[in-house]
Structure formats: structure tokens, C-alpha cells
Design a binder for this molecule. Structure first.
Ligand code: PLP
Length: 391
């Protein structure tokens, strides 16, 4: 399906050790009830990639296709927007406006004077900021989004379409995170971040509880438990959500494998060190959503014990996967950050050592998460050689 590329893989020696509960099930139930009640909610498809199964010499490859999520193009729609809503509810209660604003009331504009006075902000490499801006517009808040200089114009425009102010920060994603926090502190804004750090966990926990909806749907759709779940890693939030939900639904038997770009493999570095580890550099992978150098604290607390392995893959392998999916009938449109998991599977499955270490064989049932569609159609067309809608 794709040619051979070099990759790195590491088995997590702490896999299976006991740890703290990072994402309590009560919080997930609340997130699920809320998000599935929003207008526009629809379960995304779980596709059967028989060609990938043949190429990887496994029984099945299931691909959860998030391209259509809420019309935003990625699973991130589930997290940031939900956290914005929760933050507004809490803030309205603190300000004595109302104790229990519902999503419907927020969308109706029942408290619009109060919500407009609340500014939410975040740093993003595209998809999280789009979700926060969409949530802010939907629920009536003011919104400022910080992007680093490498975020494409297409992605900036897509965020601005939801009425957010865009601020460009020199440097990489982690620099944008710091700038968002600095400006928020100075102006009394609220950071709605998808990454957590010491002293900042409440909002990213809500974000991750929202992501669990994606993994929960996949668990409903797949029938028998998968043997392996491959999931892309940026700061690790979605990988932690997937790991948590696989355990909640299927017990501890599903091997969760994180796939990262080789130019931004902070989770691999963390697993190697046995502690959260920041990697330097400009992280210039074309997998823009995964270009993160610092793991999320909460995500790490979950993944340090539940990630079975981490694999880092080169950019070229992601492009090869995008092309392979685009060439299928019916076509699967997957963005640059959607396919690291597929690349990791295909590369590891034909390497005898990695195949054995991961326990991949002809009976394996693999769950992949196609975490975005063509979230920047111009970048997609340039990489695949064909517009996302041309077939
Ligand atoms: C499409 C896509 N997949 C995966 C991820 C990784 O998510 P996380 O940063 O929670 O690890 C991102 C993050 O932005 C993303 O945009």
C-alpha cells in the first residue's frame, strides 16, 4: 500500500502499571449526553479498510473517519467547543447570572450580554482553535485564537470564519501556548487549551472527555474488541482519551499504540525517559496537528501506564498514506495529521521485529482513527496532487 520508510518504535516498559484516574467516567457520561444533544451531531463512519488489512497481514483494519465531524473536519470539534460551553456555564454561575445555563439557552442567546463579556482564547495549529472559535460563536462568547507562524493561511481563515480574532505568534506551537496564557493573564481572558500543565487541568480534562465520544462510538460500531488501537499523538490528549475509553469498554486487553511524526516525537521521548519530556526545535513536520514538543500533563498521567508502544514515522510516509487512501474506491479523504496511525501500522507490520513486539498477526483486529479530513484543502491538494472533492 505504501513503500518502506524508516521508523522508530519503543515498547513502554511501564505499560500496565497502576495509576491515577485521569478521566472519571462520570465526566464522560456528562460530556456524551451534552455533545450528542447538539444540533448537527451525527455518528461518524467506521470504515473497513480491507486493502490495509491485506497489506499489513492482519484480519481487519477499521478506520474511524472524523472528516465529517460537526462540519469542522476533525474530531477536535468534540473537545474545545464542549470545554467552552462548560467554562461559560461555570463563569455565569460565578457571576451570579444563572446557576445552570443549558446549551440551548446559550445558543438561543438568553444570556448573551453576559457571555459576550467573557473572552475565551487558545493556541492552536488549526483544529483545536477551530473548535474553540466554533464553540464561542455557538454559545455566545468573544474569542481570540493564537496561531504560530507556520499555521497555513487556509487554517487561519477557517478559524476566522467563526468570528474569532486571529493573532500570529513567532515560533512554534509551544510559543503560541505561552503567549495565549500571557495575554489571558493580562486581560482576564480564559484559556481553553487542549494541553494541560501543572495548575491547569480542569479545561483540558473537559476537552479530553469530549474526545472520548469518538472512541466510544467506535467501540459501539466495531462489535468485537480490537486487539490494537493506533492513534496519532500531538500533546497526547486524544491518545489518552482513546486509551481510557478502550479500557472502559473492553478492559485492559486492547494494545494502544501512539503514532507521532519523527520531527515532533515528544511522547516517544517521554516514554524513553519514563517522564514527560520536552523536545526542542521548530517541529517542522507537515503533520501540523501533531507538531507539539511538550506532552500534556494529564495525557501523560494516563499514557505512561496505558500506552503499549510509541512509533514515530516520517512525513513522507504520511503523504504516501494520504495518497493511498485517496486512490481507493470509495475514496477516503484524510488530512496530513490523520494518517500517522495508518503509516505506523503499515510500517511496523512488515518489520519482523516490530511485528512480533507489538503482537501483530493474521488474527489482529486493528482500530485506526482518521482524525481529520482535508482541513486545509489547498495543502491537501498540494500533497495528494488532487483536490479533496475531485472524485
Ligand atoms: C487531526 C489531528 N489528529 C490528532 C491530533 C493530536 O491530538 P493531541 O494533541 O490531543 O495529541 C491533532 C491535534 O491537533 C489533530 O489536529
Amino acid at each position: 500500500m505504501i513503500p518502506t520508510f524508516p521508523f522508530r518504535f519503543l515498547i513502554n516498559r511501564h505499560h500496565g502499571t497502576p495509576g491515577v484516574v485521569v478521566l472519571p467516567d462520570s465526566g464522560f457520561r456528562r460530556a456524551k449526553e451534552e455533545i450528542t444533544s447538539w444540533p448537527g451531531h451525527a455518528v461518524t463512519p467506521l470504515l473497513d479498510l480491507a486493502d490495509a488489512a491485506t497489506a499489513a497481514r492482519v484480519a481487519r483494519v477499521h478506520y474511524k473517519d472524523e472528516a465529517g465531524r460537526f462540519g469542522l473536519g476533525s474530531f477536535k470539534a468534540l473537545g474545545g467547543a464542549y470545554a467552552v460551553m462548560r467554562l461559560l456555564q461555570a463563569e455565569l454561575a460565578k457571576r451570579g447570572v444563572t446557576n445552570a445555563a443549558t446549551a440551548v439557552e446559550l445558543m438561543d442567546g438568553t444570556f448573551k450580554d453576559a457571555t459576550k463579556a467573557i473572552t475565551v482564547c487558545c493556541a492552536t495549529d488549526g483544529n483545536h482553535g477551530r473548535s474553540v472559535a466554533w464553540g464561542a460563536q455557538r454559545f455566545g462568547a468573544t474569542c481570540v485564537i493564537f496561531v504560530h507562524e507556520h499555521v497555513s493561511q487556509g487554517r487561519r481563515d477557517a478559524i476566522a470564519r467563526y468570528g474569532a480574532e486571529i493573532r500570529v505568534v513567532p515560533g512554534n506551537y509551544d510559543d503560541a501556548v505561552r503567549q495565549a496564557q500571557k495575554d489571558a493573564d493580562a486581560r482576564g481572558w480564559f484559556v481553553v487549551s487542549d494541553t494541560s500543565y501543572p495548575g491547569y487541568t480542569e479545561v483540558p480534562r473537559d476537552v479530553m472527555q469530549g474526545y472520548r465520544v469518538m472512541a466510544d462510538e467506535a467501540a459501539d460500531q466495531i462489535g468485537a474488541a480490537p486487539t490494537h488501537a493506533f492513534i496519532q499523538g500531538g500533546v497526547g490528549g486524544v491518545a489518552a482519551a482513546v486509551a481510557t475509553q478502550m479500557r472502559a469498554r473492553f478492559g485492559t486487553g486492547v494494545r494502544v499504540i501512539i503514532a507521532e511524526p519523527d520531527k515532533a516525537a515528544c511522547l516517544l521521548a517521554s516514554v524513553e525517559a519514563g517522564a514527560p519530556t520536552t523536545i526542542p526545535g521548530d517541529l517542522d513536520t507537515l503533520m501540523a496537528g501533531l507538531a507539539c514538543g511538550e506532552p500534556s500533563l494529564l495525557a501523560w498521567q494516563e499514557l505512561e501506564r496505558s500506552a503499549f508502544a510509541v512509533i514515530s514515522v516520517p512525513d513522507d510516509s504520511a503523504v504516501a498514506c494520504m495518497k493511498a487512501l485517496a486512490a481507493r474506491t470509495p475514496r477516503v479523504v484524510a488530512g496530513e495529521s490523520a494518517v500517522a496511525g495508518l503509516a505506523a501500522l503499515l510500517l511496523a507490520a512488515r518489520d519482523p521485529f516490530a511485528r512480533a513486539a507489538l503482537g501483530l498477526d493474521e488474527s489482529s483486529r486493528i482500530l485506526l482513527f482518521g482524525t481529520e479530513g482535508a482541513t486545509d484543502p489547498e495543502v491537501y491538494a498540494r500533497l495528494v496532487g488532487d483536490a479533496p472533492s475531485s472524485k
